[in-house]
Design a binder for this molecule. Structure first.
Ligand code: ATP
Length: 133
C-alpha cells in the first residue's frame, strides 16, 4: 500500500519520523485518519495518541496538543510536547493524573477546570501510549 512520510517535532526536536500507510490523530474536532494523497489541511490537535500504521504494525506517540499539517505526500505534527512509549515516565504520568483528578474533584476549590482537564488528558494519553512499549 502507498505510504506517506510522517514526522513529529516538538520545541526540543524530532521525536518520530517514518512512513505510514495510515495516520490517526486526535484533532480538536475529533479523530482524523490520513492516507497518501489526502487533501492538504492544517488543524489544531488535542492531547491524544498519534498512531502510525504500516504492514499491520502500529507505532504510537503521545501528543500533548499542537498542530498537524497534511500534504498529499507528507504529514507533519508540530507538538507542544510528544513522547515515544519508551520515553514516558509512567510514575510521573500517574502522579500528574492523580493531581488533575484531585483538582477536578475538589468541589470547594476555585480551580481552573479547563487546565485540570487538559492535564488529565495529557496524563491519560501518556499512560495509554506507555502500554505500547
Ligand atoms: P507534569 O505535571 O508531570 O509536568 P505535564 O503534562 O504538565 O506533566 P507537559 O507540560 O505536557 O507536562 O510537558 C513538559 C515536558 O515534560 C515535555 O518535554 C514532556 O515531553 C515532558 N513530560 C511530561 N510528562 C512526562 C512523562 N510522564 N514522561 C516523560 N516525559 C514527560
Amino acid at each position: 500500500m502507498e505510504t506517506i512520510q510522517v514526522s513529529v517535532v516538538t520545541p526540543d526536536g524530532l521525536v518520530y519520523s517514518g512512513d505510514a500507510e495510515l495516520v490517526v490523530v486526535k484533532t480538536t474536532e475529533g479523530e482524523l485518519g490520513i492516507k497518501a494523497k489526502h487533501i492538504p489541511l492544517v488543524s489544531p490537535l488535542a492531547a491524544g495518541p498519534a498512531r502510525f500504521i504500516r504492514d499491520g504494525q502500529e507505532d504510537q506517540v503521545a501528543v500533548s496538543g499542537g498542530f498537524i499539517e497534511v500534504r498529499p505526500d507528507q504529514v507533519s505534527i508540530l507538538a507542544e510536547a510528544a513522547e515515544r512509549p519508551e520515553q514516558i515516565n509512567v510514575d510521573r504520568a500517574e502522579k500528574a493524573k492523580d493531581r488533575a483528578e484531585t483538582r477536578l474533584n475538589d468541589a470547594a476549590g476555585h480551580i481552573d477546570k479547563k487546565r485540570a482537564e487538559a492535564a488529565l488528558y495529557r496524563a491519560v494519553t501518556r499512560l495509554d501510549v506507555a502500554k505500547k512499549k
